[in-house]
Design a protein around this ligand. Sequence first.
Ligand code: GLC
Length: 574
Amino acid sequence: MKKSLCVLAILLVTFHLGNSQSSLVTKKGTDKKWWKEAIVYQIYPRSFKDSDGDGVGDLKGIISQLDYIKSLGVNAVWLNPIYSSPNDDNGYDVSDYRNIMKDFGTMEDFDLLLKGLHQRGIKLVMDFVLNHSSDEHEWFKQSKSSRTSPYRNYYHWWDAERVKPNYRYSLFDVNHDAWKYDSSSNAFYLHYFSKKQPDLNWENPTLRKEIYSMMKFWAEKGIDGYRLDAFQFAAKDTSFPAFPKGFEKNFVQYYAMGPHIHDYLKEMNQEVFSKYDVMTVAEGAGNNFQDAHDLVDADRKELNMAYAFDAIDLAKMEGYDFIKFKESFTKWDSVFAKKGWLSIFLASHDQARIVNRFGNASPEFRELSSKMLSTFLLTMRGTPYIYNGDELAMTNAGFQKISDYRDMSTLNEYQYQLNHGGDINQFMKRIQFECRDNSRTPFQWDASNNAGFSTGNSWIQVNPNYQMINRAEQEKDQQSVLNYFRKITALRHKNPALIYGKYSILDRSNPAIFAYTRELDDKKFLVLLNFSNKVAKSNINLDVSKAKILLANYPIPSKNGSLAPYESIVYQLK
Ligand code: GLC
């Protein structure tokens, strides 16, 4: 049976590790920057807080929770797309880049939101969907209207009377075919994602100019950062050559980092980023460390950060290889130790919930394992990204019926499976674990109707466990996951060694424990994390008897190097 599209969505950004490029490491990487010190909180606006009872989260809803966001100790917010969109892919199909989606509010709401964040010392990173637009964008409407339209070259067209174009894989298409025939001008257009997300033609300098001007429009409004959605796929060989047999679906190797990608990024940097104090991060980091370095090497003047998916993609329904997980983070750290900067994350709106994937969502271990995972994310070198709801240890909804799912890529894949005789039971099991709708259910504010998210019918069902897992409940409890999260963000802010300090892994082959030190100047920290549901013993050769425990997730931390299930301890050694 084919993998679900949720998996394919992840594959889109997965990359296979190439050779270590440690020879690239030439310069000290501790130059201080605000974005290195940021703790980024990702808000999925559709599901965060609804202010007007239409069942869809909105900007006013976020504004109403600014003090909560501040209380988390985060100092940057990444908002998923909020631009006008027909919502085929929940805003990742933009029909007007300079306006706000009706469901979310108005430009006045946006201005207030930005002001409110800034008043609280929180930066705003916006999501820029530049590989494709919506088919309802004016550019596409014009483009498809005739072969001679001035907008024709804003997209990739292939006239139907020519020999059929070489196959291109589409991640979200119901047939996985990226060429869609359009009768208005008797031609095919390219869409790597859904048919309502036609790919923009970055070879066209007029399009690039329009995009830079739009990006500046937002910078002039005062935003502080850009997340570039799926941008590694923007550059294409427009002769569309055949890919080697068997590799037509190898989405990263053959579709990412095409010709001129670095030219476009350099141009974007010169035209936009260099003019403002903004942070920039790309989704996806290419095919190997060299690609990743090339994207974020400050001397090349492209981006600040990229995020790679090899560790995050290890999580499967059947479990994941913990040694590989540790090795992946360790390898990335070593390659970026002196030059470049990493993003640290284990969850987003494109993956199911972190506690289901990397922790343990059972009543016994949900809270402990979530605290342990937050400790991990906030004590690694690199800028941490925390997905909303994870600070409460929200869990997968695991919907049983296909009619409860909303994600277009999942629904299209379901259809594909039906059309191609796939094993639907197996498919349903898979999506219950890994579908991205699992992390898109409404934020659980309190035990009232709809978890306090909305007074109307929410666009996607609330996870039925909201009466037990919600913010209000956790505010009352000093030992809650939420209050632990606040402690760990405070610890990171207080200790530059946890941000910039050297990372060294210990007890590398331990099958249950992730142990490492972080060191800067005269400060040294030891982090011990048990990723398993059993007592585990570490073998670290460090005397912790006199060390100070700064934070632990059990009331009485274990001693002598043994750790209780999902236990985490942060020691200060000096
Ligand atoms: C990125 C987004 C994802 C979206 C896709 C197409 O992977 O994170 O949510 O569906 O791009 O824009």
